[in-house]
Design a protein around this ligand. Structure first.
Ligand SMILES: C[S@@+](CC[C@H](N)C(=O)[O-])C[C@H]1O[C@@H](n2cnc3c(N)ncnc32)[C@H](O)[C@@H]1O
Length: 265
């Protein structure tokens, strides 16, 4: 799947909230998890989160994402290539794990559960984790209502629209998955005239064009509802909470899943 993320890296500067965490979301990680004096694992190389923690080990499967967007190793932080489901980290050795949109990068419920199990494994007994979600509503939006909302200027950013479109077309339980190619197809059906979308919203065509990276990509994302993700996490953590991450566009669907009391297996 690293080719998918390599392609996304090439237009990284055109991305924005809610795909990247805005400052108020970064503050939420810090406030809810008290990261300042902790040894932290970052899932991925999200640059906005690279300054958190006393020390940070970032784990990402894509060497080009590491070389392309990680702000660089220092005396207290470094990035390594690795799989989140089998982290190069000893059991019960870390204080905290954080990640941004990671659960949506996994297309299967069984993979999300494997990630929860792996996070619980690497955390010490007082450890905690925070994962910002991209969560579908319990009742799916009507696709035509999403189109009308976007064309009337009611969607904050193109990237928020991309997620709204995806959430109209995700499959059912247990995975709530969608191949990214299907996000592009649904978008093209709903918005066949990109010039019109551009004119009605003020979004630049190159920003709208970032969705074309999904063409021919084998990647599968998931957008499970909050209740599903909480239920999956509760098998691995004794204390599972949901915290709002701010007021940016689509923030209501991007809360922080806060996990404490890892169950040791
Ligand atoms: C943190 S996620 C989401 C980033 C961003 N918030 C978004 O929504 O586009 C993106 C990163 O996850 C990495 N990634 C995806 N699945 C992975 C896995 N199983 N193990 C390690 N890294 C993975 C990709 O290489 C990519 O750099």
């Amino acid at each position: 799947m690293t080719n998918h993320w390599d392609a996304i890296r090439r237009h990284w500067q055109l991305l924005g909230p809610p795909l990247c965490p805005p400052p108020e979301a970064v503050t939420t990680y810090e406030r809810e998890l008290g990261l300042q004096s902790l040894d932290v694992v970052l899932l991925g190389v999200t640059p906005e989160l690279a300054g958190l923690g006393r020390t940070m080990l970032a784990v990402d499967e894509s060497p080009t994402m590491i070389s392309g967007i990680w702000p660089g190793d220092t005396a207290t932080r470094k990035a390594v290539a690795g799989n989140w489901l089998d982290m190069p980290v000893a059991g019960a050795s870390m204080d905290a794990v954080i990640g941004d949109g990671c659960l949506s990068a996994l297309g299967l419920s069984v993979a999300r559960r494997a990630l929860f199990a792996e996070i619980a494994r690497v955390l010490g007994p007082h450890g905690r984790a925070g994962l910002r979600l991209y969560a579908s509503p319990e009742t799916p939006d009507d696709p035509q209502a999403v189109r009308t909302l976007a064309l009337s200027g009611g969607v904050a950013t193109f990237h928020a629209l991309k997620w709204l479109v995806a959430m109209t077309a995700t499959g059912g339980a247990p995975d709530h998955a969608i191949p990214v190619q299907a996000i592009l197809e649904r978008f093209d059906e709903l918005f066949p005239d990109r010039d019109e979308l551009c004119a009605r919203t003020g979004w630049d065509l190159p920003v709208i064009g970032t969705i074309d990276v999904y063409r021919n990509s084998p990647a599968i994302y998931s957008f499970a509802p909050v209740a599903t993700l909480v239920h999956e996490a509760e098998a691995f953590f004794g204390d599972v909470r949901i915290v709002a991450t701010g007021t940016y566009g689509l923030a209501e669907r991007c809360p922080l899943l806060v996990l404490r009391s890892p169950r040791q297996r």
